[in-house]
Design a protein around this ligand. Structure first.
Ligand code: NDP
Length: 237
């Protein structure tokens, strides 16, 4: 596979889970890949060694650090903003600071990263944010704040697609449903309830989400923009 040969690619939040699979996919495609992480230094170093990519510590809640990291990579061909956190539970018990930090990571980080990437892109670039089917549908209690962040991604994608379209830059969201990761293990306590909402009753593999991401980022994705590509086993159907 050499579909990303010579491409300058940055994945925000690449040390584990879906982001890790995305890093592996782009590296397998010959891309020159860098990725960020916040807490998982060991996992990040192992992935960098495995894939020949570069790991950069950048907290996605730190706006200026995100902007500096994106700018520091020069003209990107592909930016994927995967870094995200999920708070699911009774909103009456949430620490408001933790909710605001989730909004910083899931919404403000992607927005500032996308704009900074577009500022430096010189060709037909690709900007992809990993949203969630919960941007469309929140079928259980306790997910309001998380769903808020993923719906916000949709508005951002629609608008930025129009802002940058005349430069051939596409802006899209990939919207996974339940996907096996530390955030949402396939054998976790919520799994059975989630499968109940799905037509195909299993968690997705992170590699399946990565493959869709690669399609949107690749040469066949030039006319896909302002869109939400859902990969959820029918969770939202
Ligand atoms: P994981 O918790 O398994 O991995 C999260 C990744 O994001 C890690 O690499 C983590 O790095 C990074 N990250 C988290 N916070 C920060 C931060 N502040 N700064 C930089 N990096 C950060 O999650 P998933 O792989 O499951 O989720 C990835 C994305 O997919 C998220 O946006 C999530 O909302 C979305 N999603 C996931 C679904 C699922 O079922 N798994 C379903 C729908 C959407 P580190 O460990 O180094 O901090």
């Amino acid at each position: 596979m050499s579909d990303f040969a010579g491409k300058n690619i940055l994945v925000l939040g690449g040390s584990r889970g879906i982001g890790k699979a995305i890093v592996q996919r782009f590296a397998a495609g010959g891309g020159q890949v860098a990725f960020t992480y916040a807490g998982s230094a060991e996992a990040a170093a192992a992935l960098a060694a495995e894939t020949g990519s570069e790991a950069i510590r950048t907290d996605s809640a730190d706006r200026d650090a995100v902007i500096a990291t994106v700018a520091g990579r020069g003209p990107l061909d592909v930016l994927v903003v995967n870094a995200g956190v999920a708070m699911i539970g009774d909103p009456l018990t949430f620490d408001p600071d933790a909710v605001d930090r989730m909004i910083d990571i899931n919404v403000r980080g992607p927005y500032h990263a996308a704009v900074e990437a577009a500022r430096h892109m010189t060709g037909p670039g690709r900007i992809i944010v990993i949203g969630s089917v919960n941007g469309d549908r929140m079928p259980f209690a306790g997910g309001a704040a998380y769903a808020l962040t993923k719906s916000a991604v949709q508005g951002m994608v629609r608008g930025l697609a129009r802002d940058f379209g005349d430069r051939g830059i596409t802006v899209n969201a990939i919207q996974p449903g339940p996907t096996d990761s530390d955030m949402n293990p396939a054998d976790g306590p919520m799994a059975e309830a989630m499968h109940g909402f799905m037509a195909i009753k299993r968690h997705a593999h992170a590699s399946e989400v990565a493959e869709l991401t690669a399609f949107v980022a690749g040469p066949h994705g030039a006319m896909i923009t302002g869109s939400f590509q859902t990969i959820d086993g029918g969770f939202g159907a």
